[in-house]
Design a protein around this ligand. Structure first.
Ligand SMILES: [Zn+2]
Length: 437
């Protein structure tokens, strides 16, 4: 072999190596995506990212479905730096979903109590379900519909993201167990019994009419158990939480709530509910809205809202023919009146508390991405979810503990609900009874 050929071969190998290094570095940066928090130990951060990537991550609540219906938002469109029609920033799109590491994302089929006036609760749920299916049909390389715990595990192996669905607001079933069963058939796997106002059969945290669940409300819970649809106690009153625990033979979840022991807010779960979780097997999936996480943020946000109300009303009047201009002016006004916003570490304070009171087996994640006006300081969107893993790792959580919080606890509860349903399929009564109209 002459010198020239040796040189050529060496050059070729060097080029190959350079290309390999470039591709490797590029794939690493895509995988890591998130920015290391200021002051973090790079070693601890790198370890946390490895744990994060290995884990199956399930997020209990994402409201991107609203814009999918109302604004024709396609998940393939970059949402970074963009704002919803209501002025709040986007947190979700396909690229951000990829970076987040989430395998199981619950797309919220959110039906607000205000729709009781317009009599379109079931129709709204139908529209949101269709939009979820259509996103999966459009992007089959990255997304797949899932309805079982084992499908979520399979998606992790396939390196895909599961689209799961949960109804938020029991108004969607229009007091019909027939409708409830059809939602199950369409793939809905949890139902938040209420949103902020009571249903005809369950009390909400801000609207108490029935002293918890009515007899029909208990029937709804039993039917959900029979189907294998998880009962979600986020948004419901304390008594309704306890009634659901009394009736349910399957684990319950809170798809997006914090712990009242850390922030005394009615949207959070009190300790006397947490202490019942070991027996029930349920999971509190910790919300990432700073006003639910932190007392000071909540107070300052409420004070700011009250203080700026006249100015915001004036802006609304001034820009009544131009919603976009109104939202921009409103955003500017809010930016000029900043409040304290708790950072991502506060999420882990709630995880710590639930771990202490209920145990490590009963805590998970339920972000409420795209359902809240702002996220904890340090988080721009779902791409920053690894911050939660980092903070748990930094506080000394072991990898098995972290994996439980990120997804394994939910998967266990979900599989248990499937088992309860399997055992009860045969003993089910026909159509059960309907709420008296
Ligand atoms: Zn909610």
């Amino acid at each position: 072999m002459n010198d020239l050929r040796v040189c050529l071969r060496l050059a070729r190998e060097l080029v190959t190596l350079a290309v390999f290094q470039f591709v490797f570095a590029a794939s690493l940066s895509v995988l890591s995506g998130q920015t290391m928090p200021a002051g973090a130990d790079p070693q601890v951060w790198a370890e946390a990212l490895k744990i994060h990537r290995r884990a199956i991550i399930v997020d209990g609540h994402n409201d991107i479905t609203g814009p999918m219906v109302d604004e024709d938002f396609d998940l393939a469109t970059s949402s970074v730096g963009k704002y919803h029609r209501d002025g709040d920033p986007f947190h979700t799109d396909l690229a951000r979903l990829k970076t987040s590491g989430v395998t199981g994302e619950f797309f919220s089929i959110y039906v607000g109590g205000n729709r009781l006036q317009t009599h379109d609760t079931l129709r709204r749920a139908m529209d949101l379900i269709d939009a979820t299916y259509r996103e999966v049909e459009k992007h089959p390389q990255q997304l797949m519909m899932c309805a079982t715990a084992s499908e979520i595990r399979r998606a992790k192996k396939l390196n895909k993201t599961c689209a799961l669905m949960g109804i938020e607001g029991g108004y969607a079933i229009e007091n019909s167990l027939h409708a409830l069963r059809n939602f199950y058939r369409l793939g809905v796997r949890y139902m938040t019994l209420t949103h902020n106002v009571a249903t005809a059969w369950a009390d909400a945290h801000r609207d108490i009419k029935h002293n918890g669940l009515t007899d029909f409300g208990k029937e709804v819970v039993r039917e959900m158990n029979r189907l294998g649809m998880l009962v979600d106690i986020s948004h419901v009153s304390d008594k309704a939480m306890h009634d659901a625990l009394d009736v349910s033979t399957a684990p319950i979840i809170a798809s997006h709530s914090g712990a009242r022991g850390v922030n005394n807010h009615t949207r959070n779960v009190p300790d006397d509910v947490l202490t019942r979780l070991p027996k029930n097997g349920g999971v509190i999936m910790v919300v990432m809205y700073p006003s639910f996480l932190d007392e000071r943020t909540n107070r300052e946000e409420n004070e700011r809202t009250a203080k700026l109300r006249p100015q915001i009303e004036a802006l609304r009047e001034r820009f009544k023919d131009d919603q976009l201009a109104f939202r921009e002016a409103e955003r500017k006004l809010l930016a000029e009146n900043p409040i304290y916003i708790a950072d991502y570490k506060r999420i882990v304070d709630h995880i710590d508390h639930i771990k202490k009171v209920a145990g490590i087996d009963h805590v998970g994640l339920g972000s409420d991405f795209d359902g809240v006006p702002f996220l904890p300081a340090g988080m721009n969107g779902m791409e920053d979810l690894a911050l939660v893993t980092y903070e748990m790792h930094r506080r000394g959580y072991s990898e098995p503990e972290i994996r439980k919080v990120l997804g394994e606890n939910f998967l266990r509860a979900f599989a248990q609900a499937e088992k309860v349903a399997g055992n009860r399929q045969i003993s089910a009564k026909g159509s059960l009874k309907r709420l008296a109209q």
